[in-house]
Design a binder for this molecule. Structure first.
Ligand code: PEP
Length: 254
């Protein structure tokens, strides 16, 4: 049985100015030390303009992730940020395929596949998000929908490469809505995703960390963590204040 380390990743989305981000980074030392002591990985994903400051001011054990990257190293891509730029400021993780980027920025699973390959070639960790709309959920088509996202996003990767990824299952109907999926729904879909990955790479799928995301809060995170296939949480709204972030860590530790 694989021992997967639990992971809490806060997605700040388009929140916090650099000075607000610095305040968080300076104030999270004790809670990060507590999490590390309990054997848990913790991180945050600030906006691009805050990455360098958070990296400089937060404890070195806090994972600092970008929220996106471009798959090209450089060139005529106005408004984009490359992997070498992120690497130079010490960033090793990038969220990809978040449903908000899929909806508002046309990010596709095919595009994510290119970005995943570019990140892995640079020894960086992609956090690949998948999840269905309310319409798909209500039509009972969640599994075929996420299977397609997983198979397309992970196409052409070796078992060793896939094992380095983090996957986040985030039903769109639960993101920022206050309407979280029950722990049974989350476990059922995440177990299914692990099965899809097993079909691609075999037993190494047991090493892949799969997070749940969607209205996770200090008050409900422990429920999800009690499920065998759920390895942590990707959290938006409830990751923004130090108090709430601390509550998430405490809930995750149990
Ligand atoms: C997210 O942004 O990935 C997310 C899950 O948001 P929230 O926790 O606010 O639903």
């Amino acid at each position: 049985m694989a021992m997967r380390k639990k992971l809490l990743l806060g997605n700040w989305k388009m929140n916090k100015t650099p000075s607000e981000a610095k305040e968080f980074a300076k104030g999270c030392g004790e809670m990060v030390a507590y999490a590390v002591n309990k054997g848990i990985d913790v991180g945050v994903a600030p906006t691009f303009v805050c990455l360098e400051a958070v990296k400089a001011l937060a404890p070195k054990d806090l994972i600092v992730s970008a929220q996106n990257c471009n798959e090209n190293d450089h060139g005529a891509f106005t408004g984009e940020i490359s992997i070498p730029m992120l690497k130079e400021v010490g960033i090793g993780w990038v969220i990809l395929g978040h449903s908000e980027r899929r909806e508002y920025n046309g990010e596709t699973s095919e595009k994510c596949n290119l970005k995943i390959k570019a990140l892995l070639a640079n020894n960086m960790v992609p956090v690949y998000c998948c999840g269905e709309s309310l319409e798909t959920f209500e039509a009972g088509k969640t599994k075929e929908f996420v299977e397609e996202q997983i198979k397309t996003g992970l196409a052409g990767l070796s078992a060793e490469e896939v094992a380095k990824l983090v996957i986040a299952y985030e039903p769109i109907w639960a993101i920022g809505t206050g309407k979280s999926a029950t722990k049974e729904i989350a476990e059922d879909t995440i177990g299914f995703i692990r099965g899809v990955i097993k079909g691609l790479i075999g037993e190494k799928a047991e090493d892949v960390r799969i997070l749940y995301g969607g209205s996770v809060k200090p008050g409900n995170i422990a429920e999800y963590m009690s499920m065998p296939d759920i390895d942590g949480a990707l959290v938006g709204g409830a990751s923004l204040t130090l108090d709430s972030y601390k509550g998430l860590i405490e809930g995750l530790v149990g």
